[in-house]
Ligand binder design. Structure first.
Ligand code: ATP
Length: 323
């Protein structure tokens, strides 16, 4: 069952220099209990996607299309109604817990504030007990609720953020680069924790990352973004085994090889396009080793395979004749 449906979503930021088309015409589904990985290079629109779903983008940002959740279109809801959904039904884990946690508030007060914002009639003591349980769920003793954020290690702070995001048992968690600021061992522990809590509480998750390694372990399905477009959508296994889009292929090839004899570092030549004046056609065409003439002229169609994969690329359009 689909929990969340994005339909033809576009997001335009307003800047002094003009509009930035951060997302264009993006459609995606998130199923019950699913983990959907969203990957792509810096600036491709991943965080904007999370922000659009949560309704936390700057006020003057223009969001069009539909974000369907629980029978409602979040795009058309007012900010007050969205605030009620945010934190309770859809919550967020950010990259840097230090900027999300208030340095002068004890951990318990972060929890009590979150809980009382949504469960207005709840007593402080009951909220405290909920916080204690949430903290224990992430492997931290409840007596740390008296601590301030600076008294914890980076990994522990991220665990607290996870506990805070899950304390009200939301239906969806959006995790935006949740492990980027952590060292590799702690990263793996945090990903494992996220996965086990997700199974325990039946939560669906959108995992946003620039790192294909992060989604390799955790995601069921993966959406690949480039220059504000969703260029490929696939189940994880097929994507790693046989990527369809030339960009996905290049991304996979640029994962560092752990074979010590292979010291080459592969990267994708060129830079992503400006989203202020995006080029016509496929956004990847200038860097694409397989580009056809049509690729820089017209936006590619979304081609769906029989097994439910999608690729937005002219190479898969049966009507393309020029090579
Ligand atoms: N508040 C804003 N105002 C104007 N432009 C913005 C704003 N936030 C993001 N952008 C622009 O929108 C585009 C997408 O940015 P976004 O942060 O969503 O990408 P990202 O893939 O999450 O990148 P990163 O991994 O670096 O966070 C970029 O061109 C960025 O410069």
């Amino acid at each position: 069952m689909n929990l969340l449906q994005l339909r033809n979503l576009s997001v335009r930021y307003k800047t002094r220099e003009g509009r930035v088309l951060a997302i264009e015409d993006l459609s995606l589904n998130l199923g019950d209990k699913e983990t959907l990985g969203i990957v792509g290079e810096s600036g491709c629109g991943k965080s904007t996607l999370g922000g659009a779903i949560l309704g936390i983008l700057p006020k003057e940002t223009k969001v069009t299309g539909k974000i369907l959740f629980d029978g409602k279109d979040l795009v058309s809801l007012d900010r007050k109604t969205l605030r009620k959904i945010r934190g309770k039904e859809i919550s967020m884990i950010f990259q840097d817990p230090m900027t999300s946690l208030n340095p002068v508030m004890r951990l318990k007060d972060h929890f009590i504030e979150t809980i009382q914002t949504h469960l207005i009639d709840i007593e402080k003591e009951e909220a405290y007990n909920m916080a204690a349980k949430a903290l224990e769920n992430v492997g931290i003793s409840a007596n740390r609720l008296e601590d301030y954020p600076f008294q914890l290690s980076g990994g522990m702070r991220q665990r607290v953020m996870i506990a805070l995001a899950l304390v009200l048992n939301p239906k969806i968690v959006i995790a935006d680069e949740p492990t980027t600021s952590l060292d590799v061992i702690v990263q793996a522990q945090i990903l494992e924790l996220l996965k086990s809590l997700q199974t325990k509480f039946n939560t669906a998750m959108i995992l946003i990352t620039h790192d294909l390694g992060v989604v390799a372990e955790t995601a069921d399905n993966i959406g690949v973004m480039y220059g504000g477009h969703l260029v490929e959508y696939s189940d994880k296994r097929s994507l790693y085994k046989a990527p369809l889009h030339p960009y996905t292929r290049s991304l996979l090839e640029s994962i560092p090889n752990t074979n010590l004899n292979d010291k080459s570092l592969r990267y994708i030549p060129g830079t992503p396009p400006s989203l202020m004046t995006p080029p016509p056609g496929c956004r990847f065409s200038e860097r694409c080793p397989k580009a056809l003439k049509v690729c820089s002229q017209a936006t590619p169609p979304e081609v769906w395979t029989e097994d439910g994969r999608m690729v937005k690329c002219w190479l898969y359009n049966s009507e393309v004749v020029q090579k």
